[in-house]
Design a protein around this ligand. Structure first.
Ligand SMILES: C[S@@+](CC[C@H](N)C(=O)[O-])C[C@H]1O[C@@H](n2cnc3c(N)ncnc32)[C@H](O)[C@@H]1O
Length: 121
């Protein structure tokens, strides 16, 4: 496993970014828990931006010896992001022994109309 990890780490070396997608496609076909753990560590998951934030929050909670934290999504829409957050939370909880609550809010009214240039992204 250590050798495989070294080989895979070579694939995701930032200097070889073009190989990231190829590595991701290989990894998703390997149904091993340790490979799943690497996928999560390397953000090869749905909603990687949420996984990244939650990984950092979990590392901080552990360093501060806190029991856990609450991850919140403001504007869940169809709920795909909050479902991904639940999966990320389950992994981090079992890996680090943290209690992670996931909460989502939504007005169910869609995005409000733009009121200025700052709303146009
Ligand atoms: C672009 S969608 C969110 C997509 C979702 N975060 C994702 O990544 O799949 C924006 C959502 O924010 C919600 N929303 C907009 N303003 C809000 C507010 N003030 N409070 C709560 N939800 C709001 C809308 O109803 C909409 O469902």
């Amino acid at each position: 496993m250590a050798k495989m990890k070294r080989v895979l780490e070579g694939l995701i070396d930032p200097r070889r970014r073009n190989r990231y997608e190829a590595a991701r496609r290989v990894l998703i076909r390997i149904p091993l828990e340790r490979v799943r753990a690497l996928q999560f560590e390397w953000l090869m998951v749905k909603f990687p931006k949420y996984a990244y934030g939650m990984q950092k929050a979990a590392a901080l909670a552990s360093a501060l010896d806190l029991p856990g934290f609450t991850a919140i999504e403001f504007g869940v829409a169809g709920g795909y992001g909050v479902i991904a957050m639940e999966k990320h939370a389950a992994r981090l909880s079992s890996d680090l022994g943290l209690a992670i609550d996931v909460v989502g809010f939504d007005l169910a009214e869609g995005l409000p109309a733009a009121t200025g240039y700052k709303d146009l992204t």
